[in-house]
Design a protein around this ligand. Structure first.
Ligand SMILES: NC(=O)c1ccc[n+]([C@@H]2O[C@H](COP(=O)([O-])OP(=O)(O)OC[C@H]3O[C@@H](n4cnc5c(N)ncnc54)[C@H](O)[C@@H]3O)[C@@H](O)[C@H]2O)c1
Length: 237
């Protein structure tokens, strides 16, 4: 595949390594708004774009992909409140979009365990559930996109919880999420159910960014040749 990288930061560089291992060509890199001026015509030749930029630039990049008829895999987080509009535009323009708050196979298994545990705990109100997410200090959004996916899955499966909040709370109707920023942490998510007598904890620790980058390349391979909107569950399960 001829891949255009939209965003050449920590994830873009990791994706480049995996793409080369899998014999794909990174034929274009865009790492700023200005880069589009020089690359816009070449971009039309891309088989697929992989977008890991910033919450402020992702939507402009996705719209450019839709206009250029280039399928796009989006990893950037912090824009999902606009998701419905983007989905509608993708369908209306007959384009191809794959998005995920987390591309790692391990985290997507963790999503399934989280849903199942929330279903099991739903009838046991003596337990209160909370979450902690830890990421590197350069991360722009909080809580992480992965934490929001986990939180929404808990809320959908536990009658007691109505919404999440980005701080720990004693309010039984609110799922508290604590965001911690420490240097060099790729991503750690912990979900804790605590009663007066015991604690159940599930945790996913990313040791590096390789699983995320590999998942994004697999998503690009999956997306090429398809129209429509896809998520990890469409590829994995
Ligand atoms: N979905 C996932 O699995 C997953 C995994 C890791 C990170 N992320 C998210 O991906 C995004 C990028 O993460 P990162 O760690 O690589 O960040 P990063 O800060 O290292 O890199 C972002 C890059 O985007 C570039 N950029 C700025 N404006 C741009 C524009 N208009 N077009 C293209 N590029 C532009 C910046 O120059 C920078 O190099 C973040 O939102 C992060 O939360 C998602």
């Amino acid at each position: 595949m001829k891949i255009a990288l939209l965003g050449y930061g920590k994830m873009g560089k990791e994706i480049e390594k995996i793409a080369q291992e899998r014999n794909h060509e990174i034929f274009l890199k865009i790492d700023s708004f200005e880069d589009w001026n020089t690359h816009i015509y070449n971009f039309l030749q891309a088989d697929v774009a992989i977008e890991f930029s910033t919450p402020a630039t992702v939507l402009d990049n996705v719209m450019k992909c839709f206009s250029a008829n280039v399928p796009v895999v989006v990893g950037t987080t912090g824009w999902f409140e606009q998701l419905e509009i983007v989905r509608e535009l993708c369908t209306e323009k007959n384009q191809s979009l794959f998005y995920a708050s987390n591309f790692s196979v391990g985290v997507n298994m963790f999503f399934q365990i989280n849903k199942k545990l929330a279903q099991l705990m739903n009838n046991y109100q003596e337990y209160n559930v909370s979450m902690e997410e830890i990421h590197h200090t350069q991360k722009l959004d909080a809580p992480s996109g992965t934490a929001i996916t986990l939180a929404n899955d808990i809320i959908a499966n536990m009658h007691q919880k109505e919404c999440w909040k980005n701080e720990l709370t004693d309010d039984k109707a609110v799922l508290g999420i604590k965001s911690v920023r420490e240097s060099d942490v790729p991503g750690t998510h912990t979900i804790t159910y605590e009663s007066a007598n015991d604690i159940i904890e599930i945790k996913h620790i990313a040791k590096n960014r390789k699983a995320l980058a590999t998942g994004a390349i697999l998503a690009a391979e999956f997306l090429v040749g398809k129209k429509g909107i896809y998520e990890m569950k469409d590829m994995l399960f």
